[in-house]
Design a protein around this ligand. Structure first.
Ligand SMILES: [Zn+2]
Length: 72
């Protein structure tokens, strides 16, 4: 009798645990991506302020922010 219960419950428990672990891992990876997105900052070589990467441009070999005074 016990073998039947274990034989039915074990696969269900295994399936649920796998589902839970998968969900946790996906959440963990999404948190990591979000955090690294915030940390991705580079210094503007003209005004020396830290700006997010997508606001920076490379002009004449220099990393420059979006301010017009830095882009001359
Ligand atoms: Zn700048």
């Amino acid at each position: 009798m016990n073998f039947i219960v274990v034989g039915v419950l074990a696969p269900i428990a295994y399936f649920l645990i796998r589902l839970l672990v998968k969900k946790l891992v996906i959440n963990f990876i999404q948190n990591l991506k979000r955090n690294s997105g915030v940390k991705d900052m580079t210094k503007c070589e003209v005004c020396n302020t830290y700006v997010e990467d997508d606001q920076l441009q490379s002009i004449n070999g220099k990393t420059v922010c979006s301010k017009t005074s830095c882009r001359e």
